[in-house]
Design a protein around this ligand. Structure first.
Ligand SMILES: [Zn+2]
Length: 312
């Protein structure tokens, strides 16, 4: 019997997503669990649940992981936001237990590939994808091919005197424009006495404030929240202008929870990118949201198996 389905897993800094995906890139089942600390048991359990649906029709498991990975060896070399994965060989960890072929790639690369095969990147020969979440990742498609490179665009330095990044460097894009950076910016200002409706949330437990809370407060006119998103947008715009100048892509595709705040955060990013990129290159680059959203990494991870993309 032809095997029609794969199990796709997307391990991000905040959530682990697992889905059963058909050859036509349809998602049949979807599960989501918080990434937490050392959640291998959850991964194994979810695989078993998904496997039970079509025990004879699963051809393999595709895994997208946030971090620097060795695709061929199957090792997570370094994942700044998911420390328990550092040094882990995901291929042996998963294939030994489930007896299926396993393929891995970086999560943002997988997401870019997902957008290329069935999302916003479908009609573009070249684009750069930014995944805006707990951290910032990237994937680069040139001439319809995903570049087999790290594409860690979140760790480009945009401010040599800026914030400390989870990678140890100072002033990375991720340290200024990720959800984590946005929350830190707003909460540090509240702690320094800046007035904000955010300070009324969670009985003053500021550590519970999310980027989404900041966006909601910004829509209600809270000036600290608006300034936070504007500042982060400016930083993102710097990062976008750098990739436009280097790659002159047809499109820049933005994805992640923060893209929901398009009208403040992203509009400021576009304004800054237009100021700083070469005009001839900026004018031919479309800056657009992803169309698969959270599913891009899942679709990309599934395609690793379908295409047998052990190494791009
Ligand atoms: Zn960094």
């Amino acid at each position: 019997m032809e095997k029609n389905f794969v199990i796709a897993i997307d391990i991000g800094g905040t959530n682990i997503r697992l889905a059963l995906v058909s050859q036509e890139n349809e998602i049949l089942l979807k599960f989501k669990e918080p990434t937490g600390i050392g959640h291998f048991n959850i991964i194994h359990k979810l695989i078993e649940i998904a496997y039970e649906y079509y025990p004879n029709e699963i051809s393999g498991i595709g895994v997208a992981v946030a971090g620097i990975i060795d695709r061929e060896a199957g090792t997570v070399i370094k994942s700044p936001n998911i420390q328990w994965l550092n040094g882990v060989n995901l291929i042996s960890e998963i294939s030994e237990r489930h007896n299926l072929p396993v393929f891995i790639d970086n999560d943002a690369n997988a997401a870019a590939y997902g957008e290329k095969i069935s999302g916003a990147g479908k009609n573009y020969k070249s684009f750069v994808m930014f995944t805006l979440g707990t951290g910032i990742g990237g994937g680069i498609v040139i001439n319809n091919e995903l570049l087999p490179i790290a594409a860690e665009i979140g760790h480009m330095t945009i401010n040599p005197n800026g914030n400390k990044c989870s990678c140890g460097n100072i002033g990375c894009l991720e340290a200024h424009a990720s959800a984590t950076a946005i929350v830190e910016y707003a909460t540090s200002h509240i702690k320094n006495g800046v007035e904000s409706i955010l300070s009324r949330l969670y009985n003053g437990n500021y550590f519970k404030i999310t980027a989404h809370d900041i966006y909601k407060s910004a829509l209600e006119g809270d000036s600290l929240s608006r300034n936070t998103l504007k500042e982060a947008g400016k930083s993102l715009g710097l990062g976008i202008s750098n990739v436009i100048n280097i790659f002159s892509p047809e499109a820049v595709i933005l994805t992640g929870g923060l893209v929901g705040s398009w009208n403040i955060f992203i509009e400021n990013a576009i304004k800054e990118a237009s100021r700083r990129s070469l005009a001839e290159l900026f004018n031919k680059t479309k800056i657009i949201p992803s169309s698969l959203g959270d599913d891009a990494g899942i679709i990309g991870a599934a395609s690793l198996v379908f295409k047998g993309f052990k190494a791009f």
